[in-house]
Ligand binder design. Structure first.
Ligand SMILES: NC(=O)C[C@H](N)C(=O)O
Length: 375
């Protein structure tokens, strides 16, 4: 339920649709000392894209079968007073369940973030959790945010549910984006009191509030209005930054498309015919292999015959694909298989798409994946 009692101010340029100006202090660090000169509050840009955080269900006990129905403005009404923490500007980029996030939405987010970096001290993006980790991976791989933190946030319960987690998650994300300690950390995810690197995070539970996991470790924690980082500012050391040099003009960017890369999920008795069929519809392929790169010999032989790059990733949630486990090229003039290293299939797909967009050769693709210890 939106909190009707709070007075909300905003620096939103869209004054007509704005009723906002967020006020308040949440912790001692942020309290304004009236005797001292007024300090400049950090400016935070908040983008809404939809997801469960922006959804409504049929009743307060329903936690499934809900629909995206709230704007970013309405979401902010449920957040406590933050006017002592930051100034905000908000914008609705789209309002969809994250299953609908496709390249054109990704590029809208890319353009929004790229332009906000010029004038804001921090960026918050509300997003559905199902594909949030793909968007965070894409943004970390394509935008050099310098010191500006880009904090993604979602929720697992719809806004109408008892104990909805959205308002607290959004409040925490705003505080994290506004906090000096978050500078220089790149793309972050704030969910369920945990702060993680957007590059590595994965959704590991389809239902619970504790839905995200990151084997590379959480970066910090949010407790009772305090942000506790465990490490000094750090970004993923292995991340290849693509300089896409896309125009931020809305019409031009909407015409950009990425090469098609499909994912094949391996299983016992997987048929080489499936690999053949899929290869006819894409410029690159990712296979979720059975273990650390293993596939039946006849499937490996079929893959080796293809003329497109194929990344071997894994069905297992954890672990990695070392280069040493790839099938041997057996004297072929073109060795098309690349190991995904630590990347899961969906992140490997995005990385391969970006490589193909940049027209990288297989050797160059191998080099990019060697950054994540594959190649
Ligand atoms: N918890 C969520 O946000 C799931 C939702 N289906 C989404 O990804 O948009």
């Amino acid at each position: 339920m939106p909190n009707e009692d709070i007075e909300i101010n905003t620096i939103c340029s869209d004054l007509e649709s704005s009723q906002f100006t967020l006020h308040a202090c949440c912790n001692d660090d942020h309290k304004i000392d009236e005797k001292s000169a007024p300090r400049r509050l950090p400016k935070i840009k908040i983008f809404g894209t939809g997801g469960t955080i922006a959804s409504k269900g049929a009743s307060s006990s329903d936690t499934a079968d809900y629909h995206v129905d709230l704007t970013i403005q309405q979401l902010l009404q449920a957040v406590p007073d933050i006017s002592g923490i930051c100034e905000i500007d908000y914008e609705q980029l789209c309002n969809v369940d994250s299953k609908e996030i496709n390249e054109s939405v990704l590029l809208k987010i890319y353009a929004g973030v790229s332009s906000a970096l010029q004038t804001f001290d921090g960026i918050v993006i509300t997003h559905g959790t199902d594909t949030l980790a793909e968007t965070t991976f894409f943004i970390e791989s394509t935008i050099d945010s310098g010191d500006v933190p880009i904090v993604f946030v979602g929720s697992m319960r719809p806004s109408t549910s008892i104990s909805a987690d959205g308002p607290m998650n959004l409040y925490q994300a705003i505080c994290i984006a506004a906090d000096k300690q978050s500078r220089g950390r790149g793309v972050l995810v704030s969910l369920n009191d945990q702060i993680s690197a957007g590059y590595y995070i994965t959704k590991t539970n389809a239902n619970t509030l504790d839905s995200f996991n990151v084997r590379q470790g959480y970066l910090g924690n949010f407790v009772n209005n305090e942000i506790h980082y465990y490490y000094p500012p750090v970004k993923p050391m292995v991340c290849h930054k693509f300089k896409l040099q896309l125009s931020l003009d809305k019409t031009l960017i909407s015409r950009t498309t990425f090469p098609t890369v499909h994912i094949v999920y391996a299983h016992q008795s997987i048929s080489p015919a499936l690999i053949e069929l899929v290869s006819q519809h894409c410029e690159g392929m990712v296979i979720a292999t059975l273990g650390a790169g293993s596939l039946p010999a006849i499937v490996n032989d079929k893959v080796l015959d293809l003329r497109i790059p194929v990344v071997y990733s894994k069905r297992s949630m954890d672990g990695m694909i070392p280069k040493a486990n790839l099938p041997k090229p057996k004297g072929k003039d073109f060795f098309n298989i690349v190991a995904s290293g630590y990347l899961n299939p969906e992140k490997s797909r995005i990385l391969l798409q970006l490589c193909l967009f940049e027209k990288f050769t297989v050797e160059e693709i191998r080099e990019v994946f060697s950054g994540v210890y594959g190649g």
